[in-house]
Design a protein around this ligand. Structure first.
Ligand code: PGA
Length: 246
């Protein structure tokens, strides 16, 4: 069904100390040796270098959860794309709904972050998605379109994650029909907007669990998953990877 290998990405948010990161990979890596999936993991910035070292020689890519759009300067507490790339990160999550909602990140910021990531060799993983209110008001398509059109240009080469805000961390995953519709909308827009639009993977995120993986992996237009809570334990993350690649 999939033309390319699905991407299963973990977003660990503000979880895990160094020892816990090492323990996770010690359990996970021997189990995914023969699967050769695309497994991406975004630990906290404090564990980036350690995670890169831990996955050395495997297929796992390590990425950051956020960057600031400036490359250097007086921006206390921020981390830039060159710094993240220097740690060995290969991708960066941009525009996660928690960043938009809790830290006031807006589309102009997100556009600059995507550009900074790309010019420093990092793959941008852009998160988009509607709130429950927007869905109830039949604005989902409009919101997704706006979130894509206002930050992408024809040169964009990265990954999109459709994450309905109401499905994140709530245990309430979107249905296959909702996901297919939203991903279809994204794919149409990407094709029109970006030169390589038909090659841009669109992942689903929002309460993905081992139990929801079977249906998700068979849903049209789904190229993988972005997993929060269920990626924290190696065992459940492994079931999700297996569910997508078997
Ligand atoms: P969740 O988070 O899987 O815990 O819902 C997904 C995300 O925020 O990327």
């Amino acid at each position: 069904m999939h033309l390319r290998k699905p991407i299963i990405a973990a977003n660990w948010k503000m979880h895990k100390t160094g020892g816990e990161v090492e323990e996770f990979f010690t359990t996970l890596l021997p189990q995914i040796k023969d699967l050769k999936p695309q497994v991406w993991v975004a630990p906290s910035a404090t564990a980036l270098r350690l995670a890169v070292k831990a996955v050395h020689g495997s297929y796992v890519l390590i990425g950051a959860q956020n960057i600031y759009f400036e490359e250097k300067g007086a921006f206390t507490g921020e981390i830039s794309a060159p710094q993240v790339a220097d740690c060995g990160a290969k991708f960066v999550i941009i525009g996660h709904s928690e960043r938009r909602r809790l830290f006031g990140e807006n589309n102009p910021d997100i556009k600059k972050k995507i550009n900074s990531a790309a010019s420093n060799g990092l793959i941008p993983l852009l998160c988009i998605g509607e709130t429950l209110e927007e869905r109830k008001n039949h604005q989902t398509e409009h919101v997704l379109k706006n979130q894509l059109v206002s930050v992408l240009d024809e040169h964009f080469e990265g990954v999109i994650a459709y994450e309905p805000v109401w499905a994140i961390g709530t245990g309430q995953s979107a249905t296959s029909a909702m996901i297919e519709e939203a991903h279809g909308v994204c794919k149409e827009i990407l094709k029109k907007l970006c030169r390589k639009g038909d090659q841009i993977p669109v992942l689903y995120g929002g309460s993905v669990t081992p139990e929801t993986t079977h249906a998700l992996s068979r849903t049209k237009y789904v190229d993988g998953a972005l997993v929060g809570g269920a990626s924290l334990e190696a065992k459940s993350f492994l079931s999700i990877i297996r569910g997508f690649t078997s």
